[in-house]
Design a protein around this ligand. Structure first.
Ligand SMILES: [Mn+2]
Length: 348
C-alpha cells in the first residue's frame, strides 16, 4: 500500500504541468524546488552512475542557484572510478569534511535515504534514483524509476528537456555511467536507457571511456606479473602460480584473467596471501569443467570455496594449512593442495 502511495507522490509532482509525466513536467517540478540564493549539496555514493548524475545535476542547476557542491561518504578505491574522477576533473568532496547544515538544499542521487546510515541523518529535498522504492522517508521532489538501468539515463532526459547540450566531459561521464550500470546492456535495462545512450554517443569521448574501463592496475602492482611469469608452472594443461603476499586480492584476479588468455591453458589457478588467508582464484574454459566444483573439492574442507563453471575462488585461513610460515608456501605447495582430491578420486 505504502509503495503505491510513494508512486502517487511521484505522479503528484509531475502532474503540475498539463503534459502529464513528460520530461518537461519533471524538469519543471525539479526546478521549482530551488531558489536563486540556494546553496545546494548533492550527495552520492561515488560510483560511475552516481558521479555522472551529480555532474548532470550541477549542470542543470548552474544558473539557477548560488552553488552546487558534490559530497560522497565512501573512499573511492576502484581504480576505474578514480581514473574517471581524475580525467574528467569531477569536483567532489568527502562528505565528512562538509557541514551539511551549511547548505540550504540537499539532493540525493542514485540512492535512497535508507541505503546508508549517513544518508538517513540528512533531510533531502530531492531524491532521484533507480533502485527499488523504499519507505518511511520523504522529500519535496522524488523521481524513482526502478525499471531504469541507470540514473544517468534519467539525467539525460532532464538535460534534453532543459535544452542543454552536454559538454564532452559530461556526456562521457553519463555514457560510462549507463555502460557500467547496465553492464554494457547485458543487465536489465529499458528502451529509455538505450535512447539516452544513443543520444550520448554523438558527444561522448569513447577513447576516454575505454581508458576508464582498462584502468585497473597500479604501477606498483606490475611487480606481481614478474612473479607470475617467473613462478608459473604448468601440469597437464593446468597453469599454477603462487604470487606470495599481496596488498589486495584483486591483483590475483587480474593475473588469473591475464593467464586465461593463453591458448593451451585449460585451467588457471592463482594463489596469494592476503592478511591471514590464502586466496586462490580459479579460471577455466567452463566447457565440461566446473571451476566452482573444483574449488569446493580442493579447498572446501579447509575454508570457504565456491563459484561458477568458468570462475571460482577459495579462501583458506593460514592456520588450516601446514605452513606455519606463510613464506614457505609456494607454487609447488599450491599444485599439491589442488591435486589432493584428484588422487583421492583415482584411488577411491
Ligand atoms: Mn545506478
Amino acid at each position: 500500500m505504502k509503495k503505491q502511495k510513494r508512486l502517487e507522490k511521484i505522479a503528484d509532482i509531475v502532474t503540475r504541468s498539463e503534459r502529464k509525466n513528460s520530461a518537461q513536467a519533471r524538469l519543471n517540478g525539479l526546478w521549482d524546488v530551488f531558489d536563486k540564493d540556494d546553496t545546494v549539496l548533492v550527495v552520492i555514493s561515488a560510483d560511475p552512475d552516481a558521479l555522472a548524475s551529480a555532474m548532470a545535476m550541477k549542470r542543470l542547476l548552474r544558473y539557477r542557484v548560488q552553488s552546487v557542491t558534490i559530497g560522497y561518504p565512501n573512499e573511492i578505491r576502484r581504480l576505474n572510478n578514480l581514473e574517471m574522477v581524475r580525467r574528467l576533473k569531477i569536483p567532489i568532496e568527502r562528505l565528512h569534511t562538509l557541514k551539511v547544515a551549511d547548505y540550504s538544499k540537499k539532493i540525493l542521487l542514485d540512492s535512497q535515504p535508507l541505503h546508508q546510515p549517513c544518508f538517513e541523518k540528512i533531510d533531502f529535498d530531492v531524491v532521484i534514483d533507480h533502485h527499488p522504492v523504499t519507505e518511511s522517508w520523504d522529500a519535496t521532489f522524488i523521481d524513482i524509476r526502478p525499471n531504469y538501468g541507470a540514473v544517468s539515463s534519467i539525467m539525460v532526459e532532464y538535460l534534453r528537456a532543459a535544452g542543454i547540450k552536454p559538454s564532452v566531459a559530461l556526456a562521457t561521464a553519463l555514457f560510462y555511467g549507463i555502460k557500467v550500470d547496465t553492464q554494457n546492456f547485458e543487465k536489465h535495462a529499458v528502451a529509455a536507457d538505450g535512447i539516452s545512450f544513443w543520444y550520448l554517443f554523438g558527444f561522448a569521448n569513447r577513447n576516454l571511456v575505454r581508458k576508464f574501463e582498462l584502468t585497473d592496475l597500479r604501477r606498483s602492482e606490475l611487480k606481481y606479473f614478474k612473479i607470475a611469469l617467473n613462478e608459473l608452472k604448468v601440469r597437464k594443461g593446468k597453469a599454477f602460480v603462487h604470487i606470495g603476499r599481496v596488498w589486495s586480492p584483486d591483483i590475483l584476479v587480474i593475473i588469473a584473467d591475464f593467464l586465461n588468455h593463453v591458448d593451451k591453458f585449460s585451467w588457471v589457478i592463482v594463489s596469494g596471501i592476503h592478511g591471514e588467508r590464502l586466496v586462490v582464484i580459479f579460471r577455466c574454459d567452463g566447457y565440461r569443467k566446473n571451476a566452482g566444483n573444483f574449488a569446493i573439492r580442493a579447498f572446501g574442507k579447509l575454508g570457504v570455496a565456491g563459484g561458477h563453471k568458468e570462475a571460482a575462488r577459495a579462501e583458506v585461513p593460514l592456520k588450516n594449512l601446514d605452513f606455519p610460515d606463510s613464506h614457505e608456501f609456494s607454487t609447488q605447495a599450491l599444485i599439491r593442495l589442488a591435486g589432493r582430491h584428484e588422487k583421492k578420486k583415482k584411488s577411491g
